[in-house]
Design a protein around this ligand. Structure first.
Ligand SMILES: [Zn+2]
Length: 197
């Protein structure tokens, strides 16, 4: 059986809705799949439902941001319970931090003299079907960069570093690898965090 255990949806930085994921999975002849959105379980239940209806094996999962020894990493957690309150609290905190990274990206570029500001960013409507994340698409639409590589290679420099995964203050459970106490998922290290990734 073919399997794909690493798919993102429009709940995080992917371009496909749950319906589109399931259609692509079927078209590719994949029998077992997981969606691994960054720090959210929002599309796990709807995707599970669609998978069940068409007879696909589905593994509920998430790609969890964490900090290990000062380095940001993404940990793939498989077999999660999307209603688990402990896991959901942790992911909510991670999303708050991702929002901060987005806003801080805009703040740093504004301070460096780029013509952007937080007020315009606050009212900007992010279209998830484009993929990527809000600050990236805002900067593309402001005409300041072409894509994520351009953002990281040209706009951010040694004097304007991209906001790191450890700021502002890592929550307690992000200071060590693995899931928080009481969480029964199976954590698997993914790739080391890069701002490109
Ligand atoms: Zn991923």
């Amino acid at each position: 059986m073919r399997a794909d255990l690493h798919i993102h949806t429009t709940a995080s930085d992917g371009r496909w809705t749950p319906e589109e994921v399931v259609a692509h999975v079927r078209a590719a002849g994949i029998g077992l799949f997981a969606i691994t959105d960054h720090d959210t379980l929002a599309h796990v239940a709807p995707t599970a439902d669609l998978a069940r209806r068409v007879g696909l094996a589905f593994l509920p999962a998430a790609e969890v941001s964490a900090v290990v020894n000062g380095t940001g990493v993404h940990i793939l957690a498989y077999g999660v319970d999307p209603t688990d309150p402990v896991l959901n609290r942790m992911l909510e905190e991670n999303r708050r931090r991702l929002n901060w990274v987005n806003e801080e990206t805009i703040r740093r570029l504004a301070r460096a003299g780029y013509p952007v500001d937080l007020d315009a960013y606050a009212t900007y409507q992010h279209d998830p079907s484009r993929g990527g994340w809000k600050a990236l698409n805002f900067l593309i639409d402001s005409g300041l960069c072409q894509d994520v590589r351009d953002l990281m290679d040209r706009l951010f420099t040694e004097s304007i570093p991209p906001p790191g995964p450890t700021s502002p203050t890592p929550p307690r459970w992000q200071r060590r690898p693995g899931p928080p106490e009481g969480c029964r998922c199976w954590p698997t290290p993914a790739c080391p965090f890069t701002a490109r990734g």
